[in-house]
Design a protein around this ligand. Structure first.
Ligand code: MG
Length: 264
C-alpha cells in the first residue's frame, strides 16, 4: 500500500458539528449514487440507505437542500420519492425539477449523432454494455462488460463524442456520458446558491463529476468526498452509511437550532 492509498476519514458527528458552526443560510447539495444510495451494478437496482429519506426530508424543512445527480430527472422521480421541499437536479445539472429540458433543432441532431456513436461503442465493448438515452445526453455503461474491452470502448466514445461540435463528455464509474450542451454539477450548485441566497454551501459526492463542484467552492464552504480516490475535497467520509450518520447528526443540530430560533 503506497502512501497515496491511505485516506483519512472524518468522524461523521464531528464533521456535522463543524458544518453547524457555518454561516447561514446553508445550501446542502448531495449526490445520490454512492452517497445517499450504495453503488450497485445496475442503476435501476439502486435504493436509498434505509432512513436517509426521512433525514433529508426533515433537513429540507430547516435549510435549502438539493439532490444533484447524473441520473436524468424522470429516472430520479420514478425511482426515489423526494418530497417537494427537496430541490432535485438531474443529468449533471442539465435538468431541474419544475424546469423541463427543451432541445433546439441543432441539439436534437446532436443527440441523434451521440446516440449512434454510443451504440457503436457499446458493440465494441461487447456483451454486458448498454446505452442509456437521456433527454439531453447519451450514456455508455460498461460496468458488466469485459474490463479491457469496456475501457477501450469508453475511450473510443470519448474521442468520437469530442469531435461532435457542441457536445460535452462526462466520465464516471464505468460510464461515459455525452451531453448536447454544457452542463455541470458545479454550474447547477452555483445557480442554486444564487436562487436561495446561500451564505455557505456543503456538497457531498463520490465521483469525478463531483470534483468540479469541490474545485468551484470557496474557503467558507464544505466539500466532502465519499470513499477513496484523489480529490479536491477537504473532508472525507468512508461510505454511504457514514453519510447517513453525518446527515442524522446534522439534522439533530440544525433542527435544534431552528426550534431555538422559533422559541426566541
Ligand atoms: Mg455518485
Amino acid at each position: 500500500v503506497s502512501e497515496h492509498d491511505v485516506f483519512v476519514y472524518d468522524n461523521p458527528t464531528d464533521l456535522a458539528a463543524d458544518v453547524c458552526g457555518s454561516l447561514r443560510p446553508l445550501l446542502v447539495g448531495l449526490d445520490i449514487d454512492g452517497v445517499l444510495a450504495p453503488i450497485v451494478d445496475h442503476a435501476d437496482d439502486a435504493t436509498l440507505t434505509p432512513g436517509v429519506l426521512d433525514i433529508i426530508s426533515d433537513l429540507a424543512e430547516v435549510t435549502p437542500l438539493a439532490v444533484v445527480s447524473g441520473r436524468d430527472l424522470a429516472g430520479i422521480e420514478a425511482r426515489f420519492a423526494f418530497p417537494p421541499s427537496i430541490l432535485v437536479v438531474g443529468s449533471h445539472g442539465a435538468e431541474e425539477r419544475g424546469h423541463p429540458v427543451r432541445l433546439d433543432g441543432a441539439e436534437q441532431d446532436r443527440l441523434a449523432s451521440l446516440l449512434e456513436l454510443a451504440l457503436t461503442a457499446a458493440r465494441r465493448a461487447g456483451e454486458g454494455a448498454w446505452v442509456e438515452q437521456k433527454p439531453a445526453a447519451a450514456a455508455l455503461h460498461v460496468r458488466l462488460a469485459d474490463p479491457g474491452r469496456g475501457l477501450e470502448a469508453l475511450t473510443w466514445f470519448e474521442h468520437a463524442a469530442g469531435r461532435v461540435e457542441g457536445a460535452t463528455a462526462k466520465a464516471g464509474h464505468q460510464v461515459l456520458e455525452a451531453l448536447v450542451r454544457p452542463a455541470s454539477k458545479a454550474l447547477a450548485m452555483a445557480a442554486l446558491r444564487r436562487e436561495v441566497g446561500a451564505a455557505c454551501a456543503l456538497f457531498v459526492g463520490d465521483d469525478v463529476t463531483d470534483e468540479e463542484v469541490f474545485a468551484s467552492f470557496g474557503d467558507n464552504d464544505f466539500t466532502v468526498r465519499v470513499g477513496g480516490g484523489d480529490t479536491a475535497a477537504r473532508h472525507r467520509l468512508a461510505n454511504p452509511l457514514a453519510v447517513h450518520d453525518f446527515l442524522a447528526a446534522l439534522r439533530a443540530t440544525l433542527g435544534h437550532d431552528s426550534h431555538r430560533l422559533q422559541d426566541s
